[in-house]
Design a protein around this ligand. Structure first.
Ligand code: IMP
Ligand code: MG
Length: 196
């Protein structure tokens, strides 16, 4: 089976119905191959930055980062622990509610630790701003952010990821962990939602 015949690729061609019933298709924007290459390069940058760390606490922001963190963690040749935090700013809609709630906190302590927050996409920045404020108050030794995607044109809260995979235009994207109304997280590529 070639790459173009796999289920994930086929899903991208299918017309789907959004939460309000509006039909849409997904156009591929970043291929699985490009993502893999970029994740590998990012891991090198992160290793260089945190080289010599006693232990890196890799904190994934649920749920969108679950695929990214799985790939990234396996590329990182550093002693590390994985923990998760869940914040919610989006309902099932396409725009930020600007109000961030912590739904699930970390299991471990981060005081005096090297911490890397792993986010799927930085959009308005409200989610990350809130989470970083919360984590910073716990006095980690170092606190950095790694985001797979960045939409700088949409930024409203002052926040910057040190490690960024791809800077993208203002499009609503799905795949590789990222959802539209909880769907399409299982696509192996990143695609943009196009209403038809
Ligand atoms: P922010 O608080 O506006 O920066 O939003 C960050 C979160 O919103 C991300 O972690 C995603 O879960 C979600 N989000 C932002 N842009 C998109 C998108 O294009 N597609 C799907 N989810 C998105
Ligand atoms: Mg998210």
């Amino acid at each position: 089976m070639t790459q173009s015949q796999t289920g994930a690729e086929a899903t991208g061609q299918r017309t789907q119905a959004g939460p309000d019933g509006k039909p849409y298709v997904i156009d591929q924007m970043i291929s699985a191959k490009s993502i893999a290459a970029r994740v590998e390069a990012m891991a090198d940058e992160i290793e260089a930055h945190f080289g010599g760390t006693e232990k890196l606490i890799v904190v994934g922001l649920l749920r969108g980062s679950f695929v990214f963190i799985a790939d990234l963690a396996r590329e990182l040749d550093l002693p590390l622990e994985v923990d998760f935090i869940e914040a919610s700013s989006y309902g099932n809609a396409m725009s930020s509610s600007r109000e961030v709630r912590i739904l699930k906190d970390l299991r471990g302590e981060i005081e005096g630790r090297d911490v890397l927050v792993v986010e799927d996409i930085v959009d308005t920045g409200f989610t990350l701003h809130h989470v970083l404020h919360l984590l910073q108050a716990r006095n980690p030794r170092r606190l950095e952010v790694c985001a797979l995607l960045d939409k700088p044109s949409r930024r409203e809260a002052e926040v910057k990821a040190r490690f960024v995979g791809f800077t993208i235009p203002d499009e609503f994207v799905v795949g590789y962990g990222i959802d539209y109304a909880q769907m399409n997280r299982n696509l192996s590529f990143i695609g943009k939602v196009r209403f038809v």
